[in-house]
Design a protein around this ligand. Sequence first.
Ligand code: GLN
Length: 257
Amino acid sequence: MTLTIVRIYHDLLGTYGDQGNAEVLCHRARARGIEVELVEVTPGEPIPRSADIYLLGGGEDGPQLAALEMLRTDGGLKYAAAGGATVFAVCAGFQIIGESLPGSGGETISGLGLVDAHTHYPKSKRSVGELVIAPTRGGLPILTGFENHQGFTKLGSEMPALGRTLSGVGNGFYATEGVWHGNVIGTYLHGPALARNPELADSVLQCAAGPIAKFDDEFATAFAQERRQTLWSHEKTHPIVLGVGFSRGRASGLQFP
Ligand code: GLN
């Protein structure tokens, strides 16, 4: 089998280094003897409709809206996701695949609607720093990364979060972080997230390829462990309070602005 991975518009959605998620997936798939083709789609090029995994990264507001418009017009990502393809979308990418998000004038515009998630830009401080989450699905360890976003994303009641925020902000509502709905995963974790969390990379591969052989990349595992131990044990001894009415890692009860 050949796994086709599509990296979408990394010229627009590569501000935070999320393009590295593609390399991690290629490396971990090939280590299992799975052949991989990495397809780079630049703005203006059509999105392949029959690939296995689609990757979106984070970006600034302008490029994010440009990417959304092109994806909407192209229709390929939505088509592929409806057919069961795996989507891994980070930050701006996560907001793009939701139902709604702010447009250039602050008005609410429609996203691609792959997941029931609504993004708002509250007037509070931008969420910047390390993010630590406890995954909601079994079999995954604590996940870490960094976040840098203005948006808060509220999930629909049927949408499972990727995890519960232990430290940092994440979605900004009820200590949820990201989304994992079918084969679509969204998150605010940068790092790149799949380099910081090899176990999550394997979950993405499994969504697309089914059960995969065990593979221990000693260096990647040690790096992930070091971040987990440093950030989570640090947070337990130095709890940080972020902004008014918002405690890190606790359900905030924040309302829409
Ligand atoms: N523009 C979005 C926000 O600020 C996404 C930022 C990002 O991708 N890091 O919320």
